[in-house]
Design a protein around this ligand. Structure first.
Ligand code: ADP
Length: 278
């Protein structure tokens, strides 16, 4: 049995053309199930956000309180450790607030400006901004961009954010000695561009693959770092949907993961080469 939320309005009216004082009753029934469902999802989100914010906040508070009340009895290195933890937790809080704001902006129904984008540009920018982290973690980060790519129709900043989130994850969940590759090629049907981020990292089980796009979901494992918010992939999937597409994943535990999506070409097709081979 499916539960529904209904609103029933009863009003009395004079019957037009009827005898004087002849009254009728109008019943209006509104189905509010969709609205009730949305409200419930909203309250669930607010309660999740509050929970996620409370954890770092209470940790920061307890370290600062200890320093404030018992600081005199602590040695210098313990004090530094406490301050460092409070500092890291503050960074985490900032990331959480930023992610929640990004997500709520994406879901507010606001219109984003779409323009012709040469996808090679945000890809190369992502390579530059993540190369240092990749080197520090001993991971080979590379790009492979087709020479025949058409321009795609998209929002540059949002696409940049998708690439940064996916490459950030790939680097986070790949061990030293591994590889992360960003690629863009024309699809078989000739007027779409397929963008893929492939890593040789820890991989994701089929069961977890169903959940990773859910808000705040994070796989419990040894790489479960302070860095994550569990909102990154929700943001990625929402942005790709704004581009009338879908994010896909192929992954095998212990071998690695590939996240990919297609973008519509803008006027041109792959048959009209426009990028020179490097
Ligand atoms: P987080 O901020 O924790 O990275 P995301 O929404 O970006 O949140 O990702 C959700 C979870 O999906 C991560 O915590 C991780 O368990 C898993 N995940 C995401 N990307 C990868 C990847 N490339 N390899 C392995 N696991 C991944």
């Amino acid at each position: 049995v499916q539960k529904r939320t209904l609103r029933v309005l009863i009003s009395s009216v004079i019957v037009p053309g009827g005898a004087a004082n002849l009254k009728g009753v109008v019943l209006t029934v509104q189905d509010l199930s969709k609205e009730a469902e949305l409200n419930q999802a909203k309250s669930q989100f607010i309660s999740n956000v509050s929970h996620e914010l409370r954890t770092p906040l209470s940790s920061i508070k307890s370290y600062i309180e200890t320093l404030y009340e018992y600081g005199d009895g602590l040695d210098e290195s313990t004090k530094r450790d406490f301050l460092e933890i409070a500092n890291l937790e503050t960074d985490r809080l900032t990331r959480l607030v930023n992610d929640v704001l990004d997500l709520s902006r994406l879901e507010s129904g606001r219109e984003y400006h779409f323009e012709p984008v040469d996808i090679a540009q945000p890809i190369e920018q992502t390579l530059r901004t993540h190369q240092l982290t990749a080197r520090e973690r001993g991971i080979e980060l590379s790009t492979e961009i087709g020479t025949d790519l058409p321009l795609v129709l998209g929002n540059y900043d949002l696409l940049q954010q998708v690439l940064a989130n996916l490459v950030g994850n790939a680097l986070k969940f790949t061990e030293s000695g591994g590889k992360v590759r960003l690629s863009a090629h024309c699809t078989g049907d000739g007027n779409k561009v397929r963008v893929a981020i492939a890593d040789t990292g820890i991989g994701i089980s089929p069961e977890d693959q169903q959940k990773i796009f859910d808000r705040f979901f994070r796989v419990e494992n040894k790489v479960h770092t302070l860095e994550g918010t569990g909102l990154g992939l929700t943001i990625v999937s929402s942005i790709i949907e704004k581009h009338h597409s879908q994010i896909h994943i192929e992954s095998e535990v212990g071998r690695g993961s590939t996240f990919w999506f297609d973008l519509d070409g803008y006027l041109e097709t792959c048959e009209w080469p426009r990028r020179e081979a490097a």
